[in-house]
Design a protein around this ligand. Sequence first.
Ligand code: GDD
Ligand code: MN
Length: 386
Amino acid sequence: MLHVTCQMLIMKVVIILPTYNEKGNIEKIIPYLEEKIFPEIKNHEMHILVADDSSPDGTANEVKTLMHKWKNIHLNNGQKKGLGAAYIRAMKYAIETLNADIMFEMDADGQHDPHKIHEFLEKIDSGYDMAIGTRYSNGGSIPKNWPLIRKAFSVIGNIIVKSILMRFSIHDWTGGYRALRREVFLKEKDELINFKGYTFQVSFLHKAVRDGFKIAEVPFHFSDRTLGNSKIVPAEYIVDLLKYVIGVRLKEIAAGSFGKFLVVGGFGFLINAVVLRILVEGYNWAPAFANLVGAACAIFSNFNFNNLWTFGERKAKTIFSYFSKLIQFYATSAFGVIFIQTGTIFLGDTFIGRKYYFLFFLIGTGFLLIWNFTMYSRVIWRKKKK
Ligand code: GDD
Ligand code: MN
């Protein structure tokens, strides 16, 4: 931070442009930023850092030529190890050598509208730690001329990531247009070493969300590439991405109160079975009614043990909170059993065949457990914000 004006601190902003064979693009984007965008930004000191991986097309030489004309351009050269590796290297350089306060991630190929830069900065100025560009919320979009399959790939990919991570407030997990304070990178950098490819984006954002950094969204129109080719290898990207989100979610679940939750649920299942048998065999009740009573007893037991034990440190403290949690608990359980567990059985039965109904029951129960646990830990017994 260099100078102090009336209220606003002038911060050093470094726009990182990763490049691999982007000679034609870099000679357009840099002059555009310098001549059209930076003069409009009065309250910060703007810099460009090109993170090139020894591109065979001579991107770096082009950058060196531009560096004669503009003194706020920097070059960080390295070996090609993937997009994530290039960002990690460049962010370290931006902080250690250039003393950046704020860094941008931005594609060098013109797909990220530079006229949005000031909106990202406004978010950071107003106190956010990170601002992420989003293509999937109001005001954002992906190229209209993309073939349907590519659009579907992009949209569905994001929905899958959101659903597995169970974090729906972020609309664009995979995008690469972002601004962040140096503190966010410094906090997460050691954990990012393993994400050398495009998974860097999801893993970095996920860790920032986990650690409670304040994150804002900036919708933007993702335009189509006009020059050169995308460097993504789709199959490799999908596999890496799924590995990351599934792995990290399983770890999150295992690290939480999941064990206690399973014990409580197992005990509830026993209560259900015992009540069912007593009523049917001892009192001649119809099994369906007997099961309803059994299930109601089980849910009541599950609620109280979860409240006192699984999530004991966040338990209901007032009678109002107790009943409010109880109602949410019944609603969550009902939704889960009717739509998630039974819905899975129904879909399997309809589209694949009755022969496998028990398999679908098991899969549906697996989904149900994830749903219940997530709702319990994130909604009903959520951690209070400090
Ligand atoms: N230094 C370096 N090293 N740069 C790279 C590498 C690499 O290994 N791979 C890609 N880049 C650069 C490209 O030259 C380009 O400037 C930028 O990173 C984005 O790469 P593209 O290949 O154009 O990515 P895309 O347009 O297909 O993908 C966009 O969407 C992805 C997922 O939604 C980007 O915005 C990605 O960042 C985003 O993850
Ligand atoms: Mn691109």
